[in-house]
Every structure is written in structure tokens, then in C-alpha cells.
Design a binder for this molecule. Structure first.
Ligand SMILES: Cc1cc2nc3c(=O)[nH]c(=O)nc-3n(C[C@H](O)[C@H](O)[C@H](O)COP(=O)(O)OP(=O)(O)OC[C@H]3O[C@@H](n4cnc5c(N)ncnc54)[C@H](O)[C@@H]3O)c2cc1C
Length: 394
């Protein structure tokens, strides 16, 4: 096995690393202030729009566009490992800059689109011209996808959607939504869930409210009232949403793993800096074994998570599409790991670690949600155990 990153990926990693240092990190103070000023329901973007435009233009100039988008859709086609490397670098800062397209929905679209849907939704999305959100969670169903209630009822040659979706990320920015609804209540996940492509301006679709959350997160509640769709809006097979959906979530969880690696790496760097500089009782913190152990344990945590994520990404690049087992293990380990590491870094900074003068406080609040979205930790532990009890080996 070769654990060395290919030269091309090292180059990309260094380019993104410089972009983060030179372009994103200088905006950290602005992000912290904008977050503090948003109040309960504000949805103003944390990066000022003019800066975001400038950053997008710069990223495009640097060739950082469509990293894992296949060339036939206009991307670089560098695959899942490249995407992991880039996501890790981008998350060394709290500035929430996303390189378009944010690809998990891309994989779902690529797996299921008709030629007409490819032109109308997939290609603009792959070019980063339009954003899309996935609408799965409902007021009474999150982890338990089988319990979703949004109805897709056939009326003549139309489908009619009714129901409410909760916690939809970036719904206010989306040009279209991938909405999961029940077309056959008896079958549910076994042939009764269908994915629909719903345009932002579809009559009957409402963004009900932004939901203020821990960190800077503002997902949306959305209401669908008699939203009428034709067969052209069915994504994939009628009743066939479950497996591609699970695979889409697999890719996403991999990405979350590397996001945690980037965030934890930043916290570790800060912890080391503090340990060297801060003197108490006549000695730098770096001389104290308690602090040395925080540093060592954090490095072990980060290294282990990175290897897990890179291995799964490598498998994805070999053509493996079912990464549910690996991605569940990564989701558990990475999301708990990042909390531990940031917590140690804050402890090392004492009172300063609690302030909004430095990014740790923002980071700390932000990473808590990783243990909930894309499946809570307990569900992933259950899934991993299920695979193993059925005979899967590691
Ligand atoms: C920031 C953020 C962004 C999100 N973005 C989106 C989005 O874009 N689109 C979307 O569709 N959804 C989104 N979600 C929703 C998210 O996917 C759900 O919150 C998540 O799947 C959990 O569902 P739930 O909140 O209904 O919790 P529940 O399913 O009610 O679970 C609550 C808790 O019960 C425990 N639990 C549940 N079942 C079991 C079990 N079998 N065994 C042991 N313990 C169990 C777990 O600890 C879990 O945390 C987002 C959530 C957050 C926080």
C-alpha cells in the first residue's frame, strides 16, 4: 500500500493552504463579529457578500473549482481523496467558505438524473451556478427515515406533495431542492420513498422560518402545500430513493470526517503555540505533563481520523459506492474527536480560550452539531454493530 499523497494532491493541498492563510484567515474577526451581531433570527451571511464574490473569483483563478466533479460535467475529476484533502485545508479556518459545488447532492444527481434533468439541474449545479438542498428531516422524523410523513400523492398525471421539512441547510440560497416523500406508506424505505426535484419558485413551497441554532447555523423549516409536480421532477425510480440517498449520505459523512480533521488541526496548532508561549509558575505550559498529554492525545486523534477518512476516500476512488460501514465509523470517531481536541485547546488558553477574541469559542460551538446532522452518533454506532454482528469483518 502507498500512503503517500500523489504529487498532484500535495500541490492542491498547498495551494488551498495558502488560500486559507492569505485570503480566509484575515476574515476571521469579521465572521465572529457578524455572528455576534446576527441575533436570534438574522440570516445575513457570515462572509460579507463582496468578499465572498472576491474569494470565489480567486478560487476559480487558482483552479479550485469542481475538485471531485467528473470532467464530463465540467469539473477536475480528481475524486474523493482530493476532495478530502481540500475540505481538510479549508476547515483550518472558521471562515465558512465553500468551494462550489458542494458536492453531496451532485453524487445523488449523477446517479439518478434523466438526460433532461441533467441539463436543467445537474450541469448548472456542477458548474457552481446554483445551489441545492436536501429535504429529508421532518418534525417527527429525523434519524428514522422510515417514519417520514410527507405525502406524494398521484392525481391524474401529477404528483402532489404535502408536508413539512425541518432543519434544511442553506434553503434560502437553494435554486432547487431534492425532496424525499412517501408515495407508498406500506412499503416506505422498501420501495415507498421517492425523491423529487422541486424548484425554488414552485407554487405552494414556503420557507417558513430560519431556525436559530448553536454555532452560526440557521437551517430552515419548509412547508409544502399542494406542490404539484410532473413526472419530469421524479429523481430516479418511483419508490427508489432509499439506496441512492444512503450512498449520498455516505459521501457526505466522509467529508464531515475531514472537516473535523481540519478543525481539530487548527485547535492543535493553537494549543502548541499557547503551550510554548504561556508561562505559569516560572515554566512554560509546554513543560507540564498534563499539557503535553493534551497535545499528544490530540495528535493521535487527528492522525487516526485522517487515516480512516483517506482510506474510505481511496475506496471511493477505486469505484466502491457503498461506504455506509466506513462512513459510519468515521462519523462517530471524527465528530467526537474534534470536540475533545477543541476542548483541550480551550483549556490550555484558560480565560482567553473562553473569549470571542480568538476562534476557539466559535469553533467549539460550531462543531457540536456534527454529532447530530447526517445521522446522530448513536445511530451510527448501531449501524456499525449491525454490520459486524451480521458477519462483516474489519
Ligand atoms: C445543523 C443541522 C443541519 C441540518 N441540515 C439538514 C438538511 O439540510 N436536510 C435534512 O433533511 N436534515 C438536516 N438536518 C437534520 C438532521 O439530519 C437530523 O436532526 C438528524 O438526522 C437527527 O434527527 P432528529 O433531529 O429528528 O433526532 P431524532 O431522530 O429524534 O433522535 C434524537 C436523539 O435520539 C437518539 N436516538 C434516536 N434513535 C436512536 C436509536 N435507534 N438508538 C439510540 N439512540 C437513538 C440520538 O441520540 C438522537 O440524537 C440538520 C440538522 C442540523 C443540526
Amino acid at each position: 500500500m502507498d500512503f503517500e499523497l500523489p504529487e498532484e494532491l500535495k500541490l492542491i493541498r498547498d495551494t488551498v493552504g495558502r488560500f486559507v492563510k492569505e485570503e480566509l484567515m484575515p476574515l476571521e474577526r469579521t465572521v465572529i463579529e457578524r455572528d455576534a451581531n446576527r441575533g436570534m433570527t438574522g440570516t445575513e451571511p457570515l462572509i460579507p457578500p463582496a468578499d465572498n464574490q472576491r474569494l470565489l473569483a480567486k478560487a476559480r483563478d487558482l483552479g479550485l473549482w469542481g475538485i471531485d466533479v467528473p470532467p464530463e460535467y465540467g469539473g477536475l475529476g480528481l475524486g474523493a481523496l482530493a476532495k478530502c484533502v481540500v475540505v481538510e485545508e479549508l476547515n483550518r479556518t472558521i471562515v465558512p467558505f465553500i468551494l462550489p459545488p458542494e458536492t453531496p447532492n451532485l453524487h445523488l444527481l449523477m446517479a439518478c438524473c434523466t438526460p433532461a434533468q441533467r441539463e436543467r439541474y445537474l450541469l448548472p449545479y456542477a458548474r457552481g451556478e446554483v445551489h441545492s438542498s436536501l429535504c429529508l428531516t421532518e418534525p417527527a422524523a429525523g434519524s428514522d427515515v422510515q417514519s417520514i410523513e410527507m405525502k406524494a400523492v398521484r392525481k391524474g398525471d401529477r404528483w402532489v406533495l404535502n408536508g413539512t421539512k425541518m432543519f434544511i441547510t442553506r434553503a434560502d440560497e437553494a435554486g432547487f431542492f431534492i425532496v424525499i416523500a412517501v408515495n407508498d406508506k406500506a412499503k416506505r424505505a422498501h420501495g415507498g420513498l421517492t425523491a423529487f426535484l422541486v424548484d425554488r419558485d414552485a407554487p405552494g413551497l414556503k420557507l417558513a422560518r430560519p431556525i436559530p441554532m448553536i454555532g452560526a447555523h440557521r437551517p430552515w423549516e419548509m412547508v409544502f402545500e399542494d406542490v404539484e409536480l410532473t413526472d419530469d421532477h421524479v429523481l430516479g425510480e418511483v419508490g427508489g430513493a432509499f439506496i441512492p440517498l444512503q450512498n449520498r449520505l455516505g459521501v457526505r459523512r466522509l467529508e464531515i470526517g475531514t472537516r473535523c480533521v481540519g478543525q481539530a488541526s487548527r485547535a492543535l496548532e493553537m494549543m502548541i503555540e499557547q503551550a510554548r508561549l504561556r508561562v505559569t509558575f516560572g515554566q512554560p505550559l509546554a513543560e507540564r505533563q498534563a499539557v503535553q498529554w493534551w497535545i499528544a492525545d490530540s495528535a493521535v486523534d487527528i492522525h487516526a481520523t485522517r487515516l480512516m477518512a483517506y482510506q474510505a476516500a481511496w475506496r471511493a476512488d477505486q469505484g466502491e459506492t457503498d461506504l455506509r460501514f466506513e462512513s459510519s465509523m468515521i462519523k462517530i470517531f471524527a465528530t467526537e474527536m474534534v470536540g475533545r481536541v477543541i476542548d483541550r485547546a480551550m483549556q490550555a488558553y484558560g480565560g482567553y480560550g473562553m473569549t470571542k477574541d480568538m476562534p476557539l469559542e466559535f469553533l467549539y460551538r460550531g462543531v457540536r452539531m456534527h454529532r447530530i446532522y447526517e445521522g446522530p452518533t448513536e445511530i451510527h454506532r448501531w449501524q456499525v454493530a449491525k454490520h459486524l454482528l451480521r458477519g462483516r469483518t474489519i
